[in-house]
Design a protein around this ligand. Structure first.
Ligand SMILES: Cc1cc2nc3c(=O)[nH]c(=O)nc-3n(C[C@H](O)[C@H](O)[C@H](O)COP(=O)(O)O)c2cc1C
Length: 360
């Protein structure tokens, strides 16, 4: 399938997730197969235009992730157009607009899902961006802002007219946040009404869910929390779609995934040669402490926090998952973290895959 001139080898997509779908995670999911597109965490248009280092980091990606979509948020058409040009200049394949984030910090700036409250303005943002870049501009929205005003079908048509090359609908309203269930009937109606590709998002936890949702008439499915629990879910969905038995994932492989994640995160920081790039200037540097030591400590803490965040999802569905979660949350050093991972996933008794893996 295609989004504009970009070909996707598979209709299964890693959904954008702030704080979670960093380049290391996206690369590892890609390597498992079955993934047609990855989307970055949402990136501030304001931060891009002002060239803020931390914002630019959120937009970083590697060649092996292609095709890659960079998601931006903001509400000002001119700034969003300028940010789209920066994204295009960074070599991204697609620029996606966040019209789904319900968090007040974002919504109060007339960005994220708040844009759904002003459809004409939202369409003007897409028009300005489409006029400014050659890469496809796509939109990710919710079912609506309020439960009693599910205006995704109308807004989707408006952004299509304004030049959007594809639309994703997360079938919940901002009012719902993550409560209740995604309304796939509404997603299906939008897919039927539009000529551009429509993707659906919401509640795909098992690979079979992905297959079922494809039957709703969408061009593809974005998987969010399901891929954090089970990074093999897209590959397993591809197996099922191709009539193969879905691949089994052993406890050891799950451990290896975490080790690879830690290694990629560490390399990212080492290779850039400037450990402080990721921290507010001076913020992590107590007076009198050698710079190298502080860099390493700041980096280690960052890696531990990233692994903690992933494990809060990754541990779900594992036997003893809550034990893993609480141990990882108490890890004070990288060494300790590695020990916990080794013990949980690589102890001899697990080699025979004795521990049941719900996700595998
Ligand atoms: C931790 C987290 C962060 C998210 N961040 C974003 C984001 O930055 N941009 C976005 O469009 N959606 C974001 N979402 C929404 C997901 O992309 C997805 O649409 C939603 O979680 C429903 O799909 P799921 O049930 O497969 O998780 C986020 C969801 C989660 C759980």
């Amino acid at each position: 399938m295609k989004i504009g001139n970009v070909t996707l080898q598979s209709p299964y997509v890693v959904a954008p997730m702030a704080g979670m779908t960093d380049t290391a995670f996206r690369r590892l999911v890609r390597r498992q197969g079955g993934c047609g597109l990855v989307v970055t965490e949402m990136v501030s248009s304001e931060g891009l235009v002002r060239g803020i280092g931390r914002t630019l980091e959120y937009a970083e990606y590697t060649e092996e992730e292609r095709p890659v979509s960079i998601q931006i948020f903001g509400g000002d058409p001119a700034k969003m157009a300028a940010a789209a040009q920066i994204v295009e200049g960074m070599g991204a394949d697609i620029v996606d607009v966040n019209m789904g984030c319900p968090v007040p910090k974002i919504a109060k700036h007339n960005a994220g899902c708040s844009l759904m409250r002003e459809p004409a303005h939202a369409a003007s943002v897409i028009k300005a961006m489409s006029n400014a870049v050659r890469i496809p501009v796509t939109v990710k929205m919710r079912a609506g802002w309020k439960d009693d005003d599910r205006n995704a079908p109308e807004l989707a048509r408006m952004v299509e007219d304004a030049g959007a090359a594809a639309v994703t609908i997360h079938g919940r309203t901002a009012e719902q946040s993550y409560r209740g269930v995604a309304d796939w009937e509404l997603v299906s109606r939008v897919a039927e009404a539009l000529t551009i590709p429509v993707f659906g998002s919401g509640d795909c936890i098992e690979p079979e869910d992905v297959i079922d949702r494809m039957a709703s008439g969408v061009s593809g499915v974005l998987v969010g929390r399901g891929v954090l629990r089970n990074p093999w879910i897209l590959a397993q969905a591809a197996d099922i779609a191709a009539g193969r038995a879905r691949r089994q994932v052993t406890v050891r492989e799950r451990g290896e995934f975490l080790c690879d994640y830690i290694e990629l995160l560490l390399n990212e920081r080492v290779n850039e040669g400037d450990g402080f790039r990721h921290f507010a200037p001076g913020a992590d540097r107590p007076a009198g402490v050698a710079v190298e030591k502080t860099v390493a400590r700041g980096r280690d803490r960052w890696v531990i926090n990233k692994v903690r965040a992933l494990c809060s999802w990754y541990s779900k569905g594992l036997d003893d998952g809550s034990h893993l979660r609480s141990r990882v949350n108490s890890a004070q050093s990288l060494g300790e973290l590695q020990e916990i991972v080794d013990e949980f996933f690589f102890a001899a008794s697990h080699d025979t895959a004795a521990r049941a893996v719900a996700a595998g």
